[in-house]
Write a new protein. Structure first.
Lengths: 112, 113
């Protein structure tokens, strides 16, 4: 059973516009969420995280929003750049454990 | 952060053979993990590699199929045994330094014919 879901397998955005990647989870015990970025032939790279005590975390062009009641988080990239083209995975964990649960990824293409 | 290397980066193997994947970290870490990413799928945890004791396997994965070694705090191996085409996947090693972030190696891309 997939506990973390990314329902959009792909997304295309024009350079300079906002990219919004969505993620839903089912386990109410999750209290820590991360976004990873993956280029082809490389391992996932940590991008940004958010704890359940917050509803927003911002780092430069990247902002993650968390809606606990909806069990939904999103990653906003603005402005989008061609170098942002990659597969983005969201992941969730319960701090009491060590396991991270990953979504299936969303392939973002930023068109110049 | 952590610098993680994996060997081999890719391989093509025949059905019925075994492949051992190595993971080396640039500094000592407590937790090391092995993941699999099958085509179009999410990253699935295979097992946690424990130093000095047997690995802890997730549901659906067994030691006979995926034996793991963890001889010290910077190194681990994962063996994919008696391979079949269904084992074609990317295998990723990861480590944690805290409960908050996992760092991944570059992955080993395996194709079984």
């Amino acid at each position: 059973d997939q506990q973390v879901k990314q329902n959009s397998p792909s997304l295309s955005v024009q350079e300079g516009r906002i990219s919004i990647l969505n993620c839903d989870y089912t386990n109410s015990m999750f209290d820590y969420f991360l976004w990873y970025k993956k280029y082809p032939a490389e391992g996932p790279t940590f991008l940004i995280s958010i704890s359940s005590i917050k509803d927003k975390n911002e780092d430069g062009r990247f902002t993650v929003f968390l809606n606990k009641s909806a069990k939904h988080l999103s990653l906003h990239i603005v402005p989008s750049q061609p170098g942002d083209s990659a597969v983005y995975f969201c992941a969730a964990s319960a701090r009491t454990g060590n396991q991270f649960y990953f979504g299936t990824g969303t392939s973002l293409t930023v068109i110049p | 952060s952590a610098v993680i290397s994996q060997k081999p980066s890719r391989d093509i193997c025949q059905r019925g053979t075994s492949l051992t994947i190595q993971c080396q970290v640039d500094s000592q870490v407590t937790m090391m993990f092995w993941y699999r990413q099958q085509p179009g799928q999410s990253l699935t945890l295979i097992a946690t590699a424990n130093q000095g004791s047997e690995a802890t396997y997730e549901s659906g994965f067994v030691i006979d199929k995926f034996p793991i070694s963890r001889p010290n705090l910077t190194f681990s191996t994962l063996t994919v045994s008696n391979m079949s085409p269904e084992d074609s996947s990317i295998y990723l090693c990861s480590v944690t330094r805290s409960a908050e972030t996992q760092y991944f190696g570059p992955g080993t891309r395996l194709l079984v014919l």
